[in-house]
Design a protein around this ligand. Structure first.
Ligand SMILES: NC(=O)N[C@@H](CC(=O)O)C(=O)O
Ligand SMILES: [Zn+2]
Length: 437
């Protein structure tokens, strides 16, 4: 009999009132409330009553920018992981556009070391190595070295690879080491210097636009390459209908393509730029209402496989400039679950979609551990209060990046506690205290 760590009573799971028994950091049993007995003779068992709270697996974010090394004034690994813990994310895949770039084992090891120093029991950083040296698109980074050091995927995110021959070799090289390529789909020329979606609104506002075809063209290129090479590809932050249609057609033909989008593309359109609010400057840009509707449909039907934050924290002073001068990016880890829950409340998603889009599919795509609520799974879970709304004040956001359109707005649903390996790594509940070494 496994040693029992705790019993969570009366938690809501798939609309049923359940008890969750945890032992040795793993799920022992999840069953109808009252039917799970605390095994006799076990010591140290803690019992929590979670009435009113809903159970979720700990979430995985496959696309974050943690800024360390090099831009710690925007975010560092400790603050980024605090935001992850409080936001319900137990694993975050950290992009390589740090300074220096994560294109070699010493940077990867540094990131993992920093993460372990700040959170010995998770949340976990899963580094994404650079596809090319310095992200410069000139020469391939050492994929084997990056894989051995702990990178879980490769990407040139932020700086798309222009040279198609090099990109093809990168896909082949990554596959040799079992790593997936995550591509930031943006044609380097079309819309170069653009700051918002190209169309009627950009003309009216006098801002240079980025056309949807800039993204869709690279999506098409990647799909054709994946099909030709018979290799998988994962497409980052998809923002428009054209891309969705290409991905749907490719999946139908059996091409191994997977894709992600972010809560901001599901909630907001380009009209948010009307007030020149720099918090909505993001790359790719917010698109039209029609694109938003296509993306919502795509996440419901599985054409888009997962949600990610593309957490891109920036300092307040950097966003306090004109729209055209502001850096692109939205801080997302603190608010992602609430924004997703907003889509559930408005009927765009089902509550069950949260586990699928933010955990299970992500784990499958990148080969990461996940809690599927079966005996033996890691006891990585979130206790979520769907009825508690909160105001996303600067103080309430644990990330250093306060650059979110939600700032000072009320958003629904709150993470009340977050467990990894059966230990609380975050708690707002008096009854659940953190166990730090
Ligand atoms: N998504 C963004 O708007 N910004 C990202 C880079 C990127 O992915 O383009 C960043 O690192 O700030
Ligand atoms: Zn990107």
């Amino acid at each position: 009999m496994a040693h029992v760590d705790c019993l969570i009573r009366n938690v809501s799971w798939e609309d049923r009132n359940c008890d969750l028994l945890i032992g040795e950091g793993r799920v022992l049993e999840l069953a109808e409330a009252g039917t799970v007995a605390t095994p006799a003779g076990t010591s140290g068992t803690e019992i929590f009553d979670a009435a009113g709270l809903t159970l979720l697996p700990s979430l995985i974010d496959a696309h974050v920018h943690l800024r360390e090394p090099g831009q710690e004034y925007k975010e560092d690994i400790a603050s980024g992981l605090s935001a992850a813990a409080g936001g319900g994310f137990g694993q975050v895949m950290a992009m390589a556009n740090t300074s220096p770039v994560n294109d070699n084992a010493s940077v990867t090891r540094f990131m993992l070391q920093k993460a372990a120093e700040s959170f010995a029991h998770g949340p976990w950083v899963r580094p994404v190595g650079a596809l090319t040296v310095g992200l410069l698109g000139k020469e391939l980074a050492a994929a084997g070295e990056l894989a051995r050091a702990g990178c879980v995927a490769l990407s040139n995110d932020g700086l798309p690879v222009e040279n198609t021959e090099l990109f093809r070799r990168a896909m082949e090289y990554a596959a040799d080491f079992g790593l997936k390529v995550i591509d930031h789909c943006e044609d380097p020329w079309l819309g170069k210097g653009g700051v918002m979606n190209e169309g009627e609104v950009s003309s009216r506002l006098g801002l240079k636009g980025i056309p949807t075809v800039s993204e869709a063209m690279q999506v098409a290129r990647d799909i054709l390459l994946a099909s030709y090479l018979d290799l998988p590809i994962h497409l980052a932050h998809i923002s428009c209908r054209q891309s969705v249609e290409l991905i749907a057609a490719a999946k139908e033909r059996g091409v191994e393509v997977t894709a992600e989008t972010c809560p901001h593309y599901l909630l907001w359109d380009e009209s948010r730029v009307e007030g020149y609010d720099t918090s909505v400057r993001v790359n790719p840009p917010l698109r039209t209402r029609d694109d938003v509707l296509a993306l919502r449909q795509a996440v419901r039907t599985g054409v888009i496989d997962i949600l990610v934050t593309d957490h891109a924290p920036h300092a307040a002073h950097e966003k306090e400039v004109t729209f055209a001068d502001a850096p692109s990016g939205i801080s997302g880890l603190d608010t992602a679950l609430s924004l997703t829950y907003e889509l559930v409340r408005s009927g765009e998603l089902e509550f069950a979609d949260i586990s699928r889009l933010w955990c299970w599919n992500t784990a499958s795509i990148f080969g990461l551990p996940a809690n599927r609520m079966r005996p033996g799974d890691p006891a990585d879970f979130v206790l979520f209060d769907p009825d508690l709304a909160w105001v996303a004040t600067a103080g309430a956001l644990l990330s250093k990046g306060k650059n979110t359109p939600c700032l000072d707005k009320e958003i629904p649903g709150r993470v009340m506690a977050h467990f990894l390996g059966g230990r609380a790594v975050f708690s707002r509940l008096e009854t659940i205290t953190l166990k730090r070494p």
